[in-house]
Design a protein around this ligand. Structure first.
Ligand SMILES: CC(C)(COP(=O)(O)OP(=O)(O)OC[C@H]1O[C@@H](n2cnc3c(N)ncnc32)[C@H](O)[C@@H]1OP(=O)(O)O)[C@@H](O)C(=O)NCCC(=O)NCCS
Length: 379
């Protein structure tokens, strides 16, 4: 599942509180636990914060399938992968599991989010990967069934995930009997020679409609005086289309501050632009763009863009996004592409993105399956 769908915003994977559950290793034998398996398989939980060896094995598994799983964007770098698998989302508990064969060769892995503050009925498979050369042997199905077992133990009734349409993950989810939820579309803006003039024109016309608002921009942590207001903007994202079974996350200053802290610790660079109402000082709009890995500074990720309800209709979305692009050209001159994700039904945001020049690269499908049904996958 992509970050945008999980959180109702396009927020990136977030560091967590680091709470860890220990699980018993499970050995599955061919012809017993899963009749498709051709080899015995040991599925073990590991601590992604301290076990670099196993985490690196998961990274290798993940990138092995890049050409068919997600070919339109760069491979996930080791640093981004670490941030993702160590911290998960929104300071919430995650579990990381690695499957190996008789000779301890890595076969597959998964990252499971067991939300505690919201979505207590759900378990979310953030990633489930099988090594490219070990696919179509029943390993994916067995891992999905294993994840369902962990979800059941945590008292969850629904298992959720997502896949790129056209990739093996979509055929797999269908074969597992999962039900389709909403779709999210990924768009990419190429930073080319024509962009600055287009952005300047769009910014000027947005400014005409946005009298009475002033911009405030910052890099890194959100200043303390704005953190409470910024969390209200994150909560405004609950209006964005999302699956009925997924409860939008509720942000407050502490939760957001902790997230930013962990993102920065993980090496991310965060750029923010807000629009504040001149009369009240209230934050009306916010946009954030991340450099997730300084070693891959040519590729940036759009985080939240939101406008609070009372302030909609003043082109503030376009105003803050164009100001952000101008800011990035100064502060992050290496950026050549910006990636964003929106629910397919999010007309307003998509219209803004298309005017800016974002182009569709991929569509992702959300999936959900009852835990009781998914448990059968490992039988
Ligand atoms: C999706 C993924 C986990 C499947 O792993 P796997 O070990 O090959 O899956 P299985 O062998 O258990 O396949 C189970 C069934 O899914 C379907 N399936 C899996 N891959 C498929 C493909 N490339 N084309 C068509 N059907 C496919 C088949 O029905 C298959 O049964 P069959 O081989 O008996 O026909 C693997 O391709 C992967 O790591 N993809 C990248 C990450 C991802 O998309 N994860 C899933 C998120 S929902």
């Amino acid at each position: 599942m992509t970050a945008g769908q999980l959180t109702g915003t396009a927020r990136l994977p977030r560091p967590s509180s680091g709470r860890r559950r220990t699980g018993q290793p499970v050995t599955l034998l061919p012809g017993s636990a899963c009749s498709l398996l051709t080899t015995a398989m040991l599925i073990e939980q590991f601590d992604a914060k301290s076990d670099d060896g196993r985490l690196a094995a998961c990274h290798r598994i993940s990138v092995s399938g890049h050409a068919e799983d997600d070919p339109n964007v760069p491979e996930v770098t080791w640093r981004r992968f670490q941030a993702w698998w160590r911290y998960g989302f929104a300071s919430e508990p995650i579990e990381t599991w690695l499957a190996t064969d008789d000779d301890r060769h890595p076969l597959g892995c998964y990252l499971l989010w067991l939300p505690e503050r919201e979505n207590r009925q759900n378990a979310i498979v953030i990633a489930l990967n099988v090594a490219r050369d070990r696919r179509r042997q029943g390993i994916g199905r067995t891992l999905a069934g294993h994840a369902a077992g962990r979800a059941e133990q945590a008292g969850r009734s629904l298992l959720m995930s997502d896949s790129r349409i056209g990739a093996p993950g979509t055929a797999f989810a269908q074969a597992c009997g999962a039900l389709a939820g909403i779709q999210e579309v990924r768009r990419v803006l190429r930073v080319d020679a024509a962009l600055p003039a287009r952005v300047a024109g769009l910014h000027a016309s947005a400014e005409e409609r946005a009298a009475g608002y002033s911009l405030r921009s910052w890099s890194g942590r959100t200043p303390a005086d704005l953190l409470g207001q910024a969390s209200a903007l994150h909560n405004a994202m609950e209006d964005a289309p999302h699956d009925a079974s997924f409860e939008p996350l509720r942000w407050d200053a502490d939760r957001l501050g902790q997230e930013e802290e962990q993102d920065i610790e993980a090496g991310m660079r965060i750029n923010s632009v807000a629009a504040l109402a001149d009369d009240s000082g209230e934050m009306a709009a916010l946009t954030q763009v991340y450099i997730a890995d300084p070693d891959q500074a040519d590729w940036a990720y759009q985080g939240i863009t939101a406008v609070t309800r009372p302030h909609r209709g003043h082109r503030l979305g376009m105003l803050v996004k164009t100001a952000m692009l101008q800011r990035l050209s100064e502060l992050e001159p290496e950026v050549r592409a910006i990636e964003t994700g929106n629910a397919a039904a999010n007309q307003y945001m998509i219209a803004v993105n298309e005017q800016l020049g974002f182009q569709v690269s991929d569509t992702f499908q959300n999936w959900e399956i009852e835990v009781a049904a998914a448990l059968k996958l490992a039988e």
